[in-house]
Ligand binder design. Structure first.
Ligand code: LMR
Length: 439
C-alpha cells in the first residue's frame, strides 16, 4: 500500500502572494489510510489537465497532476500507482459541492461530511467549496482546518468563487450560501436579494454538474430558491431538487418528545407540509410516538394546535432573536440528516420530510412548486412521495395557506429571473459575503 504525497486543493489566488506555493509532504504514516478498509491504498484520482478557468474576476487555476504546483493547496498524488492499489470494494469519491462554504452552517457541516458520518464510513469524499471574492482567505482557512483534521475519507478539498468551476462533475450540491435574514425579517423578504444567486447557480449546475446531481437548497427562502435553481437547470431531473425542511421536522420531533416525556427516537412519521416559513404545517395528525398516534399519546389538541404548531413555525425566528443570527449547528445537523435519509433506506413504515417538486404529487398540491411532503427512499439518492396520509380539515386549511404562499412566490420567479438574470453573477459573488458568522 502506498500513500501519496499529500496536500490538498487547487486554488490559485490572483495576487502575487498566490504564486507562493505551499506544498507539504504527507505527515501521516503509510498505514493510516488503511484504517478504513474500503479506501485502502486508494489515493485521490486527480484528473490530469483539469482546468479551473474562472470567469472575469474569478480564480484562474490550471492544475495538472504533473505540473509544478500552482495553488496554495495542491494535490500531488501518484495516479499511476493508484489502480494497482485499489481494493475491490473501493468507491469512487462522491463529489460534494458546498456553497457558502466559509459560513457558520458549513463550518459544522463540512466536518461531518469529511468524517464519513453523512455518506458512510466506506465512502470517500471530494469537497468542492464555493465562496465569494471576499471570503477567499476564509475559504483557505476552512480548507486548512479540513486538512489538519486528517480525515481518512477526505480525498480532495478544492476551493473557488465561481460555481462554473466549483460545480464541475458534482454529485451533490449543497446550496447554503445566501444572505440570511436578520431580526424582524421574514424569509420571503430575502427573495429578491437571494433569488439571483440561485439563477446563476442553477445555470452552472445545468452546464457542469453531473445530470444526476442531487441539489439541497438551504439558503432562504429555500423552497423558492430551489424552484429558481430547478427552473434554471433543465438538464437535471426535477426530482433531484430539495429544499431543507428537515430542520423543522427535527424541531417538531423534539417538541413532541418533550411534551410526551419520551426520548426523541420514539417519535416517527413526522411530516412538515409546505414552505420553510411561518406557514409550514408540522403534522401532528399522522405523527407517531412509540408506534401510537401522537394525538392519542399527548391527548391535548389545544396544545398541539395553539402551542406546538406556532412554536415550530416560528422557531427559526426565535433563534435569530436569541442568537442575533440564524441557526447554524442544528441546520448543519439537519442537512446531514436530510442527505442520510436519501442515501440510506428509510425504515419500514416511516418517512422523512423534504421540500420537493410537486409535479404529479398525490395530494393535489399545485404543480410546479417546491413543497415539503412525506418522502421515502430506497437509499439510492432518490425518493418517492408517501401517499395516503390522513389530511383532516385542520391540516387541509393550513396546507392550503402554505401552498398559496409558495404559488405567489413562484409567480414572482419568472419576473425575478428576467429582471435579475443579468446581474446574477455579481449578486452571487457578493451575497454570500454576508453569511452568518462570515464578516
Ligand atoms: C431557521 O429555520 O432557523 C433558518 O431557516 C433561519 C431562518 O431564517 O429562520
Amino acid at each position: 500500500m502506498r500513500v501519496p504525497t499529500r496536500s490538498t486543493t487547487a486554488f490559485v489566488p490572483r495576487t502575487p502572494r498566490l504564486t507562493e506555493v505551499r506544498t507539504r509532504p504527507d505527515p501521516r504514516p503509510t498505514g493510516r489510510v488503511g484504517a478504513v478498509p474500503a479506501v485502502r491504498g486508494t489515493p485521490l484520482r486527480v484528473k490530469s489537465a483539469v482546468k479551473y478557468s474562472g470567469r472575469s474576476d474569478s480564480l484562474r487555476v490550471a492544475a495538472t497532476a504533473t505540473d509544478a504546483p500552482l495553488g496554495v493547496f495542491k494535490l500531488e498524488y501518484d495516479i499511476s500507482k493508484d489502480d494497482a492499489t485499489k481494493s475491490a470494494d473501493w468507491n469512487e469519491p462522491v463529489i460534494v459541492a458546498v456553497s457558502g462554504a466559509a459560513g457558520q452552517i458549513s463550518n459544522h457541516l463540512l466536518f461531518k461530511i469529511a468524517s464519513g458520518e453523512v455518506y458512510g464510513q466506506d465512502q470517500p469524499v471530494a469537497l468542492r467549496l464555493l465562496g465569494s471574492e471576499n471570503s477567499r482567505e476564509a475559504l483557505e482557512g476552512v480548507a486548512m482546518e479540513l486538512e489538519d483534521s486528517l480525515f481518512p475519507l477526505l480525498r480532495e478539498v478544492s476551493i473557488g468563487i465561481d460555481p462554473m468551476d466549483v460545480f464541475v462533475d458534482a454529485d451533490w450540491a449543497l446550496l447554503i450560501g445566501a444572505k440570511p435574514r436578520g431580526p424582524g425579517m421574514e424569509r420571503a423578504d430575502l427573495l429578491e436579494m437571494n433569488g439571483a444567486i440561485f439563477v446563476g447557480q442553477g445555470k452552472a449546475l445545468n452546464e457542469v454538474a453531473k445530470p444526476t446531481c442531487k441539489v439541497c437548497v438551504v439558503g432562504n427562502p429555500c423552497n423558492t430558491n430551489a424552484l429558481i435553481c430547478m427552473e434554471n437547470a433543465p438538464n437535471l431531473d426535477r426530482k433531484n431538487f430539495h429544499a431543507l425542511t428537515r430542520l423543522d421536522e427535527n424541531r417538531a420531533k423534539c417538541q413532541l418528545a418533550l411534551k410526551a416525556g419520551v426520548f426523541y427516537e420514539t417519535v416517527t412519521n413526522v411530516t412538515i407540509w409546505g414552505n420553510h416559513s411561518t406557514t409550514q404545517v408540522p403534522d401532528f395528525v399522522n405523527a407517531q410516538i412509540g408506534g401510537e398516534k401522537a394525538m392519542e399519546v399527548i391527548d391535548d389538541s389545544e396544545w398541539l394546535e395553539a402551542d406546538f404548531t406556532p412554536a415550530i413555525q416560528t422557531r427559526g425566528g426565535l433563534l435569530i432573536k436569541k442568537w442575533g443570527r440564524s441557526s447554524a449547528a442544528s441546520t448543519a445537523v439537519s442537512i446531514a440528516d436530510a442527505i442520510k435519509s436519501l442515501v440510506t433506506p428509510t425504515p419500514e413504515g416511516d418517512w422523512f420530510s423534504s421540500a420537493v417538486c410537486t409535479d404529479g404529487n398525490p395530494y393535489g398540491i399545485e404543480e410546479g412548486i417546491v413543497f415539503s411532503m412525506p418522502c421515502r427512499s430506497t437509499g439510492d439518492g432518490s425518493y418517492e412521495i408517501v401517499e395516503g396520509l390522513e389530511i383532516n380539515d385542520w391540516l387541509r386549511e393550513r396546507i392550503k395557506k402554505s401552498e398559496d404562499e409558495l404559488t405567489k412566490e413562484a409567480e414572482c420567479v419568472s419576473h425575478l429571473t428576467g429582471k435579475l438574470g443579468g446581474a446574477c453573477e455579481l449578486m452571487g459573488a457578493e451575497a454570500d459575503t454576508m453569511l452568518p458568522g462570515e464578516v
